[in-house]
Write a protein that binds this ligand. Structure first.
Ligand code: NAD
Length: 476
């Protein structure tokens, strides 16, 4: 009984289920339904009925009030949700708690924003009034990954709901428990049946069926570039738009005048947060050559203190999500070692972690040769790659040397340089003398190039989940 369709938990039509493993132990702790095209059909039909019925009839203020009630309800269930999230993803409890805090904040933000999406009036010919209004797409589809499942529910679904759409979610097969619980809590606070629907299961089955469904008016996808392409192709067949939030290889650019005391802990946190499984992880640190040894030496002193453990141990890192991800991260580390790229520092896997858990050792490599796989490819694990650069132009060239373009951090006291570099880096979000991997629910977020397109978070997300209608009234 894992889908959530039309206001209740239901079993999958096929009866097939799959195991979900706890990353901390590698042991099965539950099973989920393997959603099929039929289940997706049921979910889209329920959403359509809600959109044309009780949910669609609510005013913007009423929708906002419901989302705000969900915010209060989720806050009441804070510990329960944090424990579910930690078990599902293996993340340290402090990270799980921070995630639920952010989820509650998303509900708070979009609850408050729902009735503040105003249209505008265009001065036109004499005898005419022109109004531009924002309307919902109808039913929106959401395909989400496993790294921040609760936050993604807050970020993607709630923005769409605030705009008046009914939603169908296909969460990641590895981690869908918080989304299911949040949908139940939403029903408890009064969301009409069918406003929120969730179909669990495999990507190439349930996910592909959702992306291709003709009843969807807009698709929000977060995940890998490879799957993003498939989703975009499916959307093209139905001639609908989509946002793609894909990966990143985000640089932290450290100039010689940077405040090291401020930068070092944040550079470390930006790669170990969520065990490096953050699309906007600061996975490359670019350091001006004359301070490279000093700065990287300071980062190394922090790196050797890093420990990976179970959620309850609450250390710097948890396990990664599954065995496949662990092999992937390990293959980057092994290949880099074989290529003779120096390991500057390593953290440790804490003593006493369960043998079956998916733990990896946080590792700092450098100097990494330009063009190397560690520069070009997303590891999605706690692996930081260091690169020296000569001057500002070289720093910009290095920052833009990958096909990704999600976030960049710039560390310098020089105001002119801050602005020049911020304008020159080809990314969707820039932090100057700070870094917020995944942070800032108010801040428009999204990529360029292989990192995807479209913006989520903040008010801008509401525009993505809406269509603009221009109403021309000739009144003589
Ligand atoms: P993934 O692309 O394999 O899976 C993401 C989702 O897509 C899952 O729900 C999966 O079931 C579904 N899916 C898989 N195949 C599908 C198909 N053929 N059709 C439709 N749906 C399908 O990615 P992942 O491994 O779960 O997540 C890790 C990736 O996500 C990383 O590359 C990471 O950078 C990226 N990511 C990006 C952001 C962002 O906001 N930019 C956030 C988190 C993760």
């Amino acid at each position: 009984m894992t889908h959530f369709i039309n206001g209740r938990r239901v079993a999958g039509r096929s009866g097939e289920t799959m195991a979900v493993l706890a990353p901390a132990t590698g042991e099965e702790f539950t099973r989920i339904a393997c959603g099929t095209a039929e289940d997706i059909d049921d979910a889209v039909n329920a959403a359509r009925a809600a959109y044309e019925g009780a949910w669609g009839k609510l005013t913007a203020a009423e929708r906002g009030r419901l989302i705000s009630k969900l915010s209060a309800k989720a806050a009441d269930h804070f510990d329960e949700l944090a424990k579910i999230e930690a078990r599902d993803t293996g993340k340290p409890m402090a990270q799980a708690r921070a995630d639920i805090e952010a989820t509650v904040r998303y509900f708070e933000f979009y609850g408050g924003a729902a009735d503040k999406v105003h249209g505008h009036v265009i001065p036109f010919l004499n005898g005419y009034s022109v109004n531009v209004v924002h309307e919902p797409h109808g039913v929106t589809g959401h395909i989400l990954p496993w790294n921040y499942p609760a936050q993604m529910f807050g970020r993607s679904l709630t923005a769409s709901l605030a705009m008046g759409n009914a939603v169908v979610l296909k969460p990641a097969e590895e981690a869908c428990q918080t989304a299911l619980r949040l949908a139940e809590l939403a029903t408890e606070v009064g969301f009409p049946d069918g406003a929120i629907n969730i179909v669990t299961g495999r990507g190439h089955e349930a996910g592909a069926a959702l992306a291709a469904h003709p009843g969807i008016g807009f698709m929000s996808f977060t995940g890998s570039p490879e799957t993003g392409k498939l989703v975009q192709k499916a959307c093209a067949e139905n001639l609908i738009a989509c946002t793609l939030e894909l990966g990143g290889k985000s640089p932290q650019i450290v100039f010689s005048d940077a405040d090291f005391d401020a930068a070092v802990p944040i550079v470390c946190k930006a790669i170990v947060q969520n065990t490096g499984q953050t699309c906007s992880a600061g996975s490359r640190v670019l350091v001006q050559r004359q301070v490279y040894d000093d700065f990287i030496g300071a980062v190394a002193r922090e790196f050797v203190k890093l420990r990976a453990g179970t959620p309850e141990m609450d250390l710097d890192c948890g396990p990664v999500i599954n065995a496949k991800q662990r092999s992937r991260v390990q293959s980057f580390v092994d290949q880099a070692r074989e290529q003779g790229i120096p390991v500057i520092a390593e953290g440790q896997i804490a003593q006493g972690v369960p043998n079956g858990g998916f733990y990896v050792t946080p590792t700092l490599f450098g100097p990494v040769p330009r063009g190397n796989r560690l520069e070009q490819e997303e590891v999605f694990g706690p692996v930081l790659s260091a690169f020296p650069f000569d001057d500002e132009a070289d720093a910009i060239k290095l920052a833009n040397a990958t096909s990704y373009g999600l976030v960049a951090g710039i560390w310098t006291k020089d105001g002119g340089r801050q602005q020049r570099v911020a304008k020159s880096v080809r990314v969707g979000q820039v932090f100057i003398n700070g870094y917020g991997a995944g942070g800032g629910i108010e801040l428009p977020f999204g990529g360029m190039g292989k990192s995807g397109h479209g913006r989520e978070k903040g008010f801008m997300a509401l525009e993505e989940f809406a269509v603009t209608k221009t109403i021309v009234h000739k009144h003589g």
